[in-house]
Design a protein around this ligand. Structure first.
Ligand SMILES: [Zn+2]
Length: 518
C-alpha cells in the first residue's frame, strides 16, 4: 500500500461525530488520524490531548462517520469513457440527435464523436438513423453511435472509412442498392467496438478516469473493484488499470475479465473474472431462468458455457489458488456456477479462496445454503431493485410473479452468506448511499435488511471480498484512514430519507480528498 497523507506534521481530528466503527456496532465520538492511518478513537473531550498537534479539526456536527465506501462492482474505464461521450438517452428524434451532435462539435470540432445510450424505441422515427442522415449533421469527423444495450451501432460515412470496417463481416446492414446503411450489429458490431475501444489512447483513458474519480469521491468511495477487459470491453482497459494502480486518488482492485489464467498469474493479481458472463440480463431476456419469461413464453434465456466447460475452468482456478468472480443473474446460471464450485472443491479440497458470484439476482433457498457451505461471497447490486424491482417495472414485466424472488437480501444474510455491494457503474450510478437506501427499501418487504447490514455491504464486507479486511472496512486503530463523513445520522433518519443523505467529507489514506465542511 502506498503511503499517503497530507498531515505529516500532526493529526487530523474528526470530532463530534457518530463514528460507526462497523465492529460489533461500537460507536466513537472522535477519530485522530496520523499519516495514512487511524491513530486513535474515543469519547467526549478526550480528543483534546491531540488538539495542540492537530493540523485540521473537522466538526462532524453529530452526523455519521463511516469507513470509506468500497464499491465492489464497477466498470471503471467504460464508465469513465462514457462520461466523456455524447449521451443520447434523451434523444426523441433524428433532429434531437443532430442537435446534440452539433452541440458537441461546437466545443471540440473535428474530434471523433462517440454517442451512447441511443434508444431506437424512443425515437419518433422508431428505427436507427442511417449514415446518410448522420452525414447531414456531421460529415467531416467520425460519428460512432452505440445503442442503449451496446448491441447495435450506427456510423456516419466518415466513420465507416475511418474505422476500416470490412464489409464482408456478418452484421453489416445493406440497402436495396447494396450500399451499407451504416447500421452494424452482431459480430461486426463486436469487432467494431473492440477496434474503437482499443484505439483510444491511454492519455484519454487517464483523463477520463481522473474525471470519474473526482465525481465518485464526492460519494464517499475510496476503493473500487474494477471489472475490466474481456467480451464487450477491451483488454487494454485492464492493462491500463494495472499499469497505473498508484496514479489514482483512490484504490482500484482489478478484476481481469479473461479466461487466461497464466496471464493473470503473471500479473500477480490473485484473482480472475468479474463480469465473466455465465448468462445475460433480464432486460435482454438473456438471463438463464428455470421458468419462461412472462413477456416471452417459450423463452428461458441461455447459458454461455456447458457445465463441463465451466467445471474445467473453475477447477483450474482452484488449482491455481485464484479467487474467481462469475457473473450470474438467473437461477439457472447460479445453479451452474454453484455446481461448478461443488465439483472443484470436491476434486481439490481447496477452500478459503473467497470466490464470488456477481449480481446473483435470482438465487433460490437451496442455492443460498449451498453457497454458504462453499464459502461463496455474493457481490450484489441493490440499486437494481430501486430502478427495476417490484411488480410494475422491468422485473415484473420480465419475470411476472417471480419479481418477488429477486435479490432476497434478508434471506441471504440470515443464512450467513456474506454480501458485498456494488453499483455496476455505469449501469447504475456510483452512489453507495443510494445502494444502502435500495437495500433497506427493497420493493419486496421480506427482502429488506436493516441500515447497519446495508452499510456492511459497502464497508467491512467489501474489504473482506478483496482480502483487505486487515486494513480497510472498519474504523479501528492502525487501519487505513479511509473515512467518510455524512451530513445526517444515517441510523436515525427515516428509512425513506436515506437517499437524500450527502457525503460531506472523504478521506483516503489520511488525505482529505473531498470536503465541504469548515
Ligand atoms: Zn457489471
Amino acid at each position: 500500500m502506498k503511503k499517503k497523507g497530507n498531515n505529516m506534521n500532526g493529526y487530523i481530528l474528526i470530532i463530534n461525530g457518530k463514528c460507526l466503527s462497523m465492529v460489533d456496532e461500537i460507536m466513537y465520538d472522535w477519530i485522530a488520524v496520523k499519516d495514512d492511518t487511524i491513530y486513535d478513537l474515543g469519547y467526549g473531550e478526550d480528543y483534546k490531548r491531540y488538539a495542540a498537534q492537530a493540523v485540521k479539526i473537522i466538526d462532524a456536527r453529530g452526523a455519521t462517520v463511516l469507513p470509506g465506501f468500497i464499491d465492489s462492482h464497477f466498470h471503471v474505464v467504460q464508465a469513465a469513457i462514457n462520461l466523456k461521450s455524447l449521451d443520447l438517452s434523451q434523444a426523441k428524434s433524428y433532429s434531437d440527435i443532430g442537435r446534440l451532435i452539433s452541440k458537441t462539435r461546437d466545443s471540440s470540432p473535428r474530434t471523433p464523436i462517440r454517442g451512447i445510450r441511443l434508444d431506437e424505441q424512443q425515437l419518433k422515427e422508431n428505427k436507427l438513423p442511417t449514415r446518410m442522415i448522420l452525414d447531414k449533421y456531421c460529415n467531416d469527423a467520425p460519428v460512432f453511435i452505440n445503442s442503449v444495450e451496446y448491441q447495435k451501432s450506427v456510423l456516419n460515412t466518415y466513420a465507416m472509412l475511418y474505422y476500416k470496417i470490412p464489409f464482408t463481416l456478418e452484421g453489416i446492414d445493406f440497402d436495396e442498392n447494396q450500399m451499407p446503411t451504416g447500421i452494424i450489429t452482431h459480430h461486426a458490431n463486436a469487432i467494431l467496438r473492440e477496434n474503437v475501444l482499443r484505439n483510444i489512447p491511454n492519455e484519454r483513458r487517464m483523463d477520463a478516469v481522473e474525471s470519474l474519480i473526482k465525481n465518485i469521491i464526492k460519494k464517499g468511495i475510496t476503493t473500487v473493484n474494477a471489472m475490466e477487459g474481456g467480451r464487450l470491453y477491451s483488454d487494454k482497459d485492464a492493462e491500463f488499470i494495472y499499469e497505473n494502480f498508484d496514479q489514482f486518488q483512490i484504490d482500484i482492485a482489478l478484476f481481469y475479465q479473461t479466461m487466461d489464467i497464466n496471464k493473470v498469474k503473471e500479473m500477480n493479481l490473485g484473482r480472475i473474472g468479474g463480469s465473466f458472463y455465465i448468462d445475460g440480463t433480464f432486460g435482454a431476456r438473456t438471463a438463464a431462468l428455470s421458468f419462461d419469461y412472462a413477456d416471452c413464453p417459450g423463452s428461458k434465456g441461455g447459458l454461455n458455457f456447458t457445465q463441463e466447460e465451466l467445471n474445467e475452468f473453475v477447477l483450474e482456478c482452484y488449482l491455481n489458488k485464484m479467487q474467481l468472480a462469475l457473473y450470474t443473474i438467473g437461477d439457472r446460471a447460479i445453479e451452474q456456477a454453484i455446481t461448478a464450485h461443488e465439483y472443484a472443491i470436491e476434486k481439490t479440497g481447496i477452500s478459503g479462496l473467497r470466490h464470488r458470484l456477481e449480481h446473483v439476482e435470482l438465487p433460490n433457498g437451496s442455492q443460498i445454503k449451498r453457497a454458504k457451505k462453499l464459502g461463496l461471497i455474493f457481490s450484489m447490486t441493490p440499486t437494481y431493485e430501486y430502478l427495476w424491482g417490484g411488480p410494475d417495472k422491468l422485473n415484473g414485466n420480465r419475470l411476472g410473479e417471480h419479481y418477488k424472488d429477486t435479490s432476497p437480501l434478508h434471506e441471504i444474510i440470515s443464512e450467513g452468506v456474506i454480501i458485498c455491494g456494488g453499483s455496476d457503474c455505469d449501469v447504475t450510478q456510483a452512489d453507495p448511499i443510494l445502494g444502502i437506501y435500495s437495500a433497506v427499501n427493497h420493493p419486496v418487504e421480506k427482502h429488506r435488511i436493516n441500515v447497519y447490514e446495508a452499510i456492511k455491504m459497502f464497508t467491512v464486507n467489501g474489504a473482506y471480498a478483496i482480502f483487505e479486511e486487515d486494513k480497510k472496512g472498519t474504523l479501528e486503530t492502525e487501519k487505513l484512514a479511509d473515512i467518510v463523513i455524512l451530513d445526517q445520522d444515517i441510523l436515525h433518519i427515516g428509512k425513506n430519507k436515506i437517499k437524500d443523505i450527502q457525503v460531506v467529507t472523504t478521506i483516503k489514506s489520511g488525505e482529505i480528498i473531498f470536503n465541504l465542511l469548515k
